[in-house]
Design a protein around this ligand. Structure first.
Ligand code: GDP
Length: 176
């Protein structure tokens, strides 16, 4: 029996289409990866627990579609979220521009207590001969300026994926 207190936490994923939001969730929840994932339409909902030494966090994960036609629905998902993961693709500089936009939107519209992680995904594809790469220092600078957690991940290899959710769980305020 697990006697640790459990807290449910609403978490929303935001970011341009195809940066790997659904893949990060799939890796976190089922430790799987699919090379050809069907795009998420609207939003998908999944839950996953994260065990901390003194409590259990149950993430209620809302994976929103990145397609522009759904962007106007996003506020519905992040309005009462306690945690957010803003994802970009390190091999797609335009997706980093979009991530900046999501961070400012969250700061303007979401709860002031929201805990945000900025995630640069697809590090397995980043190499000198693979075109432009969003530098780690650029991601870190945005995170430092905006008070965000920051990690570079690969949903494909699993690198740093669990760590994103553990870092968020650790930064959530303890219940009174
Ligand atoms: P979403 O639209 O942001 O939810 O993106 P998806 O999770 O649907 O991923 C879009 C495509 O990128 C899919 O073909 C995935 O298999 C692929 N993908 C996602 N994450 C990674 C990663 O870390 N590395 C690589 N190489 N491909 C990835």
């Amino acid at each position: 029996m697990d006697a640790k207190p459990q807290t449910s936490v609403k978490l929303v994923l935001l970011g341009e289409a195809a940066v790997g939001k659904s893949s990060l969730v799939l890796r976190f929840v089922s430790n799987e990866f699919q090379e050809h994932k069907e795009p998420t339409i609207g939003a998908a909902f999944l839950t996953q627990k994260c065990q901390l030494p003194n409590r259990t966090i149950k993430f209620e994960i809302w994976d929103t579609a990145g397609q522009e036609r759904f962007a106007s629905l996003a506020p519905m998902y992040y309005r009462n979220a306690q945690a957010a993961v803003v994802v970009y693709d390190v091999t797609k500089p335009a997706s980093f521009v979009k991530a900046r936009h999501w961070v400012s939107e969250l700061h303007a519209q979401a709860s002031p207590d929201i805990v945000i992680a900025l995630v640069g995904n697809k590090v397995d594809l980043a190499s000198d001969d693979n075109g432009p790469r969003v530098a780690t220092a650029e991601g870190q600078a945005l995170a430092d300026d905006e008070g965000l957690l920051f990690l570079e991940t690969s949903a494909k290899t699993g690198s740093n994926v669990q760590e994103v959710f553990t870092a968020l769980a650790n930064k959530l305020p303890e219940p009174a």
